[in-house]
Design a binder for this molecule. Structure first.
Ligand SMILES: NC(=O)c1ccc[n+]([C@@H]2O[C@H](COP(=O)([O-])OP(=O)(O)OC[C@H]3O[C@@H](n4cnc5c(N)ncnc54)[C@H](OP(=O)(O)O)[C@@H]3O)[C@@H](O)[C@H]2O)c1
Length: 331
């Protein structure tokens, strides 16, 4: 099959486009014909040997896929050949290829009416956002949520889910065009933190109370500002460090302001409780079918152009998701 191959750790331009054997299938796995594979920041870490897991070389990167089940392992009862699914791939047999393997128990059905390109950009962004906001953040109708990195994949998903659940949303991003996208996806208020004082604006917009919830995918200075404008009983959700800076927090701030800092790591939570994961996606599918979620895919690339896509997500200008289309069949 055609695949992108990482023969040695390095930047995206060192990847090779070629042919490899179909990946082996374990008893609990499904083999997926990959119609679409979203590009995520950790794909860049994986190919550079900087991710927490290092598959043996050579391997095919691509964590997130949507496609059709073409073979099921002997223990698999959840999915059958022909099912349309979304999944994360396994052990270096990744999605930047015509076929990938995934653990059947953790794959979920593509919602009715959703094409594969959209589905590949839906799984981890909406899965992470739902887990963060609903399971960990216990978001309530009428609460005020601040979303940092609001035009990123997780940011836009969080805005849409929170809006569907009746929250008031303050979107924070670094440029006017990103804020336009955040508004189009449901944000009520906008802050450009490249030129506005975020803490002061959040306090103004909440009549001095501060945010009930914050989705922080950015870290660094943005986290420091948010930790100083959280409401009593607020939940500051630590999701990622896109700024490259892991912040510290003085414990007395938590005591004085009575708010919580909550760690979010979606994939281990999925593996720990697959039933809850499937239930979350039932809710997300219902929201999608009700027209409340509109995932934004800003560009698709053919398989051979995977390195360009990997480089593009490192530029801070991206809005929404980028997707590779290994088979060229998008529906
Ligand atoms: N914990 C989990 O389970 C989990 C799951 C999925 C993703 N994540 C992490 O969450 C983060 C966001 O994911 P995503 O898919 O939304 O990523 P994304 O689409 O690339 O968006 C990230 C956002 O971060 C902001 N940012 C701030 N400083 C940046 C910098 N120096 N370089 C690039 N972006 C910067 C950008 O918004 P502004 O320009 O507006 O600041 C950008 O839109 C990533 O770090 C990812 O690894 C964590």
């Amino acid at each position: 099959m055609r695949a992108i191959i990482c023969e040695e750790y390095g930047p995206a331009e060192t990847l090779i486009s070629g042919y490899v054997d179909s990946p082996p299938l374990g008893p609990d796995d499904i083999r997926v014909r990959v119609h679409a594979a979203a590009v995520n920041f950790p794909d860049n870490l994986l190919i550079q040997g900087q991710y927490q897991v290092k598959p043996p070389l050579p391997f095919t990167p691509g964590f997130e896929v949507a496609g059709e089940v073409i073979e099921a392992g002997t223990n698999v009862t959840r999915h059958r050949v022909g099912d349309r699914i979304m999944a994360l791939t396994r052990d270096g047999h990744g999605g930047f290829a015509e076929e990938a393997v995934a653990r059947a128990e953790l794959a979920v059905p593509v919602p009715e009416g959703m094409d594969y390109v959209t589905a590949s950009g839906f799984y981890s962004s909406y899965g992470t956002s739902y887990y963060a906001l609903v399971r960990r953040g216990r978001i309530q109708q009428g609460e005020t949520l601040v979303v940092l990195g609001a035009a990123g994949g997780v940011g836009l998903a969080s805005i849409e889910i929170a809006r569907a659940l009746g929250a008031r949303i303050i979107a924070v991003a670094s440029s006017a065009d990103k804020l336009v996208a955040a508004k189009a996806h449901g944000a009520h208020h906008l802050i450009d933190y490249s030129r506005e004082d975020m803490k002061q604006r959040v306090l103004e917009l909440t009549d001095g109370r501060g945010a009930d919830l914050c989705m922080d995918t950015v870290g660094g200075e943005a986290f420091n500002s948010m930790s100083r404008c959280m409401n009593h009983d607020g939940r500051l959700l630590i999701v990622g460090f896109a700024s490259g800076q892991i912040p510290q927090i003085p414990a007395n701030l938590l005591l004085l302001k009575n708010f919580q800092v909550v760690g979010i790591f979606w994939w281990p939570a999925v593996q720990r409780d697959p039933a809850q994961h499937q239930a979350s996606f039932t809710q997300l599918s219902d929201m999608y079918r009700a027209g409340k979620l509109e995932p934004l895919i800003s560009k698709t690339y053919p398989l051979e152009q995977t390195p360009e896509a990997l480089k593009a997500i490192l530029s801070r200008s991206l809005i929404g998701k980028l997707v590779i289309t290994p088979t060229g069949d998008l529906h």
